[in-house]
Design a binder for this molecule. Structure first.
Ligand SMILES: [Zn+2]
Length: 382
């Protein structure tokens, strides 16, 4: 019975993994987070939290649970309940099982282990009765697609002293991660019979000129743009579409680019750089014609290494025998949305992002337990 769920982060991870919460924007027809959110709400209610379910869209639900004195700005612990698809998995995705000290299942590492750790940590901290500030647990929907869950949470004018996002960091303290920008380049040609070189303009070959310029841009420019925790900025041509048949000059070729951005780079910056590449190609070859549009972008995360929240996390890690290493994360997380809202945010959690979204997904049981202990200390010390 959820209302009597033990204060055990591993058992809670198993219970959460057993509920299919695949994101329906990634997997058509998937159930979404509602059932998982209802279960977790009941567990947290049984542990003494004031719990609210926030419906963000049909079937898409956040759990927001509060505990502790509300006179000062709260500390937020945030994690997502949605998981990605399961098509090529080598084991049963929603039948959690333990083997060799690891817990297997879709979402075990990304990131139900982290959600369970933060929930049990806050509950244990509150049980001691010495909380100095309110704790808000936010188990949100849709991080894997458009982050409508954390956006809806922040839209409620949330003020907080800090936010810890319990994404898998292998128990490292992660104050920085990359952002990204999606750009669509549309190369314009002129359709003509395949024999009519005098009329046709080959959009596909012109797209090739652009891709060659993009390769030089990455080599000459992006490899020199680096961050101490994140490595370098990058770009890749994720999709190329063009042409209609053997004997026709392609009238259009579209290239979908993804730019992974470093702190200091924005979506509009990435757009302006691509526009400059296209302008240079047009100057070289007047028949080259192309436009670029920004499809979507998310900002990077870059909390100062000497921020109080970083110090607290590192101290708590060391108090529990962990190195308290400070590291960067290559992927994007909801932490950037907290930072954008003016709330200092970092990531810290059990498991390895390298096993997220993969055919075999597992989390170390010991890491769940150690993350819980560290987070409990941070809840008490903050
Ligand atoms: Zn995740």
């Amino acid at each position: 019975m959820p209302a009597h769920h033990p204060l055990d982060p591993v058992a809670l991870t198993e219970a959460l993994v057993a509920i299919d919460s695949r994101n329906p924007d990634l997997v058509p027809g998937a159930p979404g987070e509602r059932a998982c959110a209802e279960f977790l709400a009941e567990v947290l209610d049984g542990w003494g939290f004031a719990v609210a379910l926030q419906d963000v869209a049909p079937g898409r639900t956040n759990v927001v649970a509060r505990i502790g004195p509300a006179h000062e700005a709260p500390l937020v612990l945030n994690g997502h309940l949605d998981v990605v698809g399961t098509d090529d998995m080598t084991h049963a995705p929603f039948l959690p099982h333990r083997r060799g000290g690891n817990l297997y299942g879709r979402g075990s590492t990304d990131m139900k282990g982290g959600v369970a750790a933060m929930c049990v940590a806050a509950a244990r901290a509150a049980e001691r009765g010495t909380l100095r500030r309110e704790l808000i647990l936010a188990a949100v929907c849709d991080e894997e697609f458009a982050s409508i869950g954390t956006r809806a949470l922040l839209d409620q004018d949330l003020h907080a002293v800090g936010a810890i996002i319990t994404e898998p960091t292998r128990l490292a303290v992660v104050p920085a991660h990359k952002g990204f920008a999606w750009l669509t380049v549309t190369v314009q040609g002129r359709a003509a019979h395949g024999s009519r070189y005098d009329v046709g303009i080959d959009a596909n070959r012109h797209a090739g000129l652009f891709l060659a310029a993009l390769d030089r841009f990455e080599h000459d420019v992006l490899t020199r743009r680096t961050h101490p925790l994140l490595g370098r900025a990058s770009v890749h041509a994720a999709e190329v579409h063009g042409g209609t048949g053997w004997s026709t000059y392609a009238d259009q070729c579209t290239v979908h680019l993804e730019r992974r951005t470093l702190p200091g780079e924005s979506g509009p910056d990435a757009l302006a750089e691509m526009q400059a590449l296209l302008d240079a190609l047009h100057a070289e070859r007047p028949t080259f014609s192309a436009t670029v549009a920004l499809g979507g972008a998310q900002p990077p995360l870059d909390l100062a290494a000497d921020a109080p929240l970083v110090h607290q996390m590192v101290a708590a890690c060391r108090a529990h025998g962990l190195p308290g290493a400070i590291d960067g994360l290559s992927c994007w997380t909801d932490a950037a949305l907290f930072a954008q809202a003016g709330i200092p945010a970092l990531c810290f959690g059990p498991g390895d992002i390298a096993r997220a979204h993969s055919a075999t997904e597992w989390v170390e049981v010991e890491q769940i337990e150690r993350a819980t202990a560290v987070l409990e200390s941070v809840c008490l010390a903050s």
